[in-house]
Design a protein around this ligand. Sequence first.
Ligand code: NAI
Length: 339
Amino acid sequence: MRPSLLKSASDVLRRRNYSSAAGPERKVAILGAAGGIGQPLALLMKLNPLVSSLSLYDIAGTPGVAADVSHINSSALVKGFMGDDQLGEALEGSDVVIIPAGVPRKPGMTRDDLFNINAGIVKALCTAIAKHCPNALVNMISNPVNSTVPIAAEVFKKAGTYDEKKLFGVTTLDVVRARTFYAGKGGVSVNDVDVPVVGGHAGITILPLFSQATPASNSLSPEDIKALTKRTQDGGTEVVEAKAGKGSATLSMAYAGAVFADACLKGLNGVPDIVECSYVQSTVTELPFFASKVKLGKNGVEEVLGLGELSAFEKEGLEKLKGELKSSIEKGVKFAQSK
Ligand code: NAI
């Protein structure tokens, strides 16, 4: 980047920070902050002017990440925490807790293969959240999200702290991918594109609603829409295979996680009309958890929005995904209740 560009970028960031000085104090905690997603997510949250305190927790490596990120010129105060005995302090007073802790998918692994390791990690972290910051909004990134969100709900129910308005499965990466793929194929600017993505967050449970994409692109055939749907559903695998054994999506996921956390913070701060897709407790279908557009407000979920009108192809996709999503939800609930 040319020095003049660097200077103007840092000016913009600085100006954004000054302009937020009057906003409420907000603490964000990232659990798994030293990982592939956690590190760039820590960077992006440090740059977010709505964050006044950034708490970075991991089982290892957080002092280095925290020292590194803390030197950046933005107002968020950064602290690193490491290991079980520092988890409580890391969480205390958090408004938003983002969880990318766990193991990523390797080639040949499905999200369900991750289940046993990540389910245990999520259960332990949510037990600590219930104890130390029961009112925080929880942004669940750890996969399989279709199951880890129901696990978190069960843990919070058991602790007596469950509030369905405050638990979110982060499916923003599906929206990010759908927007990019649609814009590329449809010849429209990605900055203007919006595509709702509903259902769940694995394979066929990811259902992009290209019939509702804005701006509408007239150049796309039914075959194109089918191919775009498949590419969005397989977006994670595309990255896993390209990284060839070195993990799954980290940079695009950190971007998506930062977009979603920013929306949560804006909602908490009373900014009107904040809408993002997320996997939440839902009555939109017969399934107890489902991703759809969600309006965010001062207490988290203000309203879970309906699906709108679906094309015949999308209706078929919706019916096809229900069986898999139902069993992933049940698997999570069973895991949480069994131990
Ligand atoms: P990574 O292995 O690079 O990082 C995971 C981090 O979690 C490591 O630093 C590890 O030390 C930490 N960790 C493990 N156990 C922990 C515990 N008990 N408490 C706190 N931290 C703990 O993995 P990566 O690539 O960052 O992925 C993390 C998770 O995010 C995986 O489950 C992955 O499948 C998921 N993911 C979710 C996506 C989504 O769209 N929701 C997209 C991509 C990945």
